[in-house]
Write a protein that binds this ligand. Structure first.
Ligand code: SME
Length: 149
């Protein structure tokens, strides 16, 4: 599944559209094609502030359009620069709930020239669904998106 999605992500990146539209299409593609992806979105560092701002996403609208560094899974990844896989969100103390249906989450940082400037965030309604294959695929997606930012 992930291997067949890679060229589709790349063709969106190579298309003649704005960066926001490309990211929006990637969110929609991943949500539609990957059964355990129920919310897919990008957060980016908000200027010089120590906070994340919601970018393009697919799924239920969230109240959490601004997330301070250190807060929630997303805010922790902004500081750790590392992938964060959460098999069971209820077991996390520092977690920001977006929807009561969400069981698991994965956040993968997005780097430009080695600097962590944002992240891709996936929520899943399936418990413990993420493997190393999700991490590798999402690293690829972020590598592609970094080319257009
Ligand atoms: N659950 C995230 C907040 C963002 S929503 O999942 C869209 C967190 O704990 O950082």
């Amino acid at each position: 599944m992930f291997n067949s999605l890679r060229p589709r992500v790349s063709s969106i990146i190579d298309s003649n559209k704005t960066a926001d539209t490309k990211m929006q299409e990637i969110c929609e593609l991943l949500k539609a094609e990957i059964p355990h992806y129920d919310w897919v979105g990008f957060y980016f560092k908000n200027g010089d502030k120590r906070e994340l701002k919601l970018g393009p996403y697919a799924g239920t609208p969230t109240d959490h359009t601004i997330i301070p560094f250190g807060k929630g899974i997303c805010g922790q990844v902004a500081e750790s620069n590392q992938n964060f896989v959460v098999p069971d969100v209820q077991a996390q103390d520092n977690y920001i709930a977006c929807s009561i249906t969400v069981k698991a989450e994965i956040v993968v940082p997005l780097f430009i020239n080695g600097e962590n400037i944002g992240q891709i965030d996936i929520d899943s309604n399936t418990p413990d669904p993420f493997t190393k294959a999700d991490e590798t695929f999402l690293e690829f997606v972020n590598f592609e998106v970094a080319k257009i930012l």
